[in-house]
Design a protein around this ligand. Structure first.
Ligand SMILES: [Zn+2]
Length: 295
C-alpha cells in the first residue's frame, strides 16, 4: 500500500478517545464540613461510606469526644481529620483549643450562634490562638436552623454575616478561614469577601444548591472573576472564583453520595475547568491541612 494510504488508514482506524472528567465518585475528596454524631455506629458508618467514595472527613468534634476521634484518626488516618468544636462565648474556649491542638486536631468549627457579632474584639484572643497554632477556622455564615423552637435564643443570622468574617480575615492575615454556606442568603457579600481575602474559602453546604437547582448559573454570576479578567480592581495572580469553593456535606454519612452528585452538578453547570475542580474537591484543603490521599 502507498505510504500516504497507510497513514490515512492508520489515522482513521485509531479508536476515538474521549477524555472524560475524572469520576466524582472515585476521585479523592475532602468533606470539609462534617459534624460528629454521638451514636454507637458513627465511626463505623463513616469509615464504610467515606472509604466507598474515596473521601476524607473533617470531623467537627466536641471536647468530650476528643479521645474517641483521636483514636479513630489513629485507626483510620485515611478517613478522619480532626476539627474541634467550641463556642465563642465559652469561657473555656482557649483551654479547649489548646487541648484540641495537643491532640493533633487541624482546625476548629463550626463556630456558630455567637452572642455577639463574629468580629467583636472580645473574640479576638480566640482567633489569635488559632492563627498561632495554624489551625483552620470554620465559621457558620447566614441563616441558621431553629430545631427547638421553644428554647429562647440570643443569636441570629445577623450575628454571622460574611462581612464580619471579611474583617477577621484582614485582622488575622495568617488565619485560614472557611465560611460555611456561602453566607446564605448574603451570597454576593460572601463571594466578594472571598475575592479579596487570600486566606478565605467557602463551602456551599446546606439548602443553597437545592434552592438554586433550576438556576445553577446563578453561582457563576456572583463567583464571576476569572484569570483572564485581571484588573487593578482585582487581586493579582489570575485566580478563578470557583477555586475559593471547597466541597463539604454538613450531613451524616448517609448524605455523602447525594452531596457529591449535587456538587458535581454545580461545577459542571458552571463549566469549572478540571484544574479548579481538583482544588474544590480536595486540593485546597489537602495543601492547607497537610493531607496526603490514602495516608
Ligand atoms: Zn452551619
Amino acid at each position: 500500500m502507498h505510504k500516504v494510504s497507510i497513514l490515512f488508514v492508520t489515522i482513521f482506524l485509531l479508536p476515538i478517545r474521549v477524555v472524560l472528567p475524572e469520576d466524582a465518585k472515585t476521585r479523592f475528596k475532602i468533606d470539609s464540613h462534617y459534624h460528629y454524631r454521638n451514636t454507637a455506629d458513627f465511626i463505623e458508618k463513616t469509615v464504610k461510606e467515606y472509604r466507598k467514595y474515596n473521601t476524607m472527613a473533617c470531623v467537627l468534634t466536641p471536647a468530650e469526644a476528643i479521645d474517641k476521634i483521636k483514636k479513630a484518626i489513629e485507626q483510620y488516618p485515611g478517613v478522619f481529620i480532626g476539627y474541634g468544636s467550641i463556642k465563642l462565648d465559652d469561657p473555656q474556649a482557649l483551654e479547649k483549643i489548646d487541648r484540641f491542638y495537643a491532640a493533633g486536631f487541624r482546625g476548629i468549627g463550626e463556630l456558630s450562634r455567637p452572642l455577639k457579632n463574629f468580629h467583636n474584639p472580645r473574640y479576638f484572643p480566640i482567633y489569635e490562638r488559632l492563627q498561632l497554632y495554624g489551625m483552620a477556622a470554620l465559621f457558620h455564615t447566614g441563616i441558621v436552623s431553629r430545631r427547638n423552637p421553644d428554647v429562647p435564643q440570643y443569636s441570629s443570622m445577623d450575628r454571622m454575616r460574611p462581612a464580619y468574617v471579611d474583617l477577621i480575615a484582614r485582622r488575622f492575615p495568617r488565619l485560614v478561614i472557611h465560611t460555611a454556606h456561602l453566607g446564605n442568603p448574603w451570597y454576593e457579600e460572601a463571594a466578594e469577601a472571598l475575592r479579596w481575602n487570600p486566606n478565605l474559602y467557602s463551602d456551599v453546604t446546606g439548602s443553597s444548591l437545592l434552592k438554586k437547582a433550576n438556576h445553577p448559573e446563578f453561582w457563576g454570576e456572583i463567583l464571576w472573576w476569572r484569570p483572564s479578567l485581571a484588573t487593578r480592581h482585582s487581586p493579582s495572580g489570575g485566580d478563578h472564583a470557583f477555586g475559593k469553593i471547597v466541597f463539604g456535606t454538613d450531613e451524616g454519612p448517609e448524605g455523602l453520595l447525594a452531596n457529591i452528585e449535587r456538587f458535581e452538578k454545580f461545577l459542571e453547570a458552571n463549566h469549572v475547568p478540571e484544574e479548579v475542580r481538583e482544588k474544590c474537591w480536595s486540593g485546597t484543603f489537602a495543601k492547607i491541612l497537610g493531607v496526603t490521599p490514602g495516608k
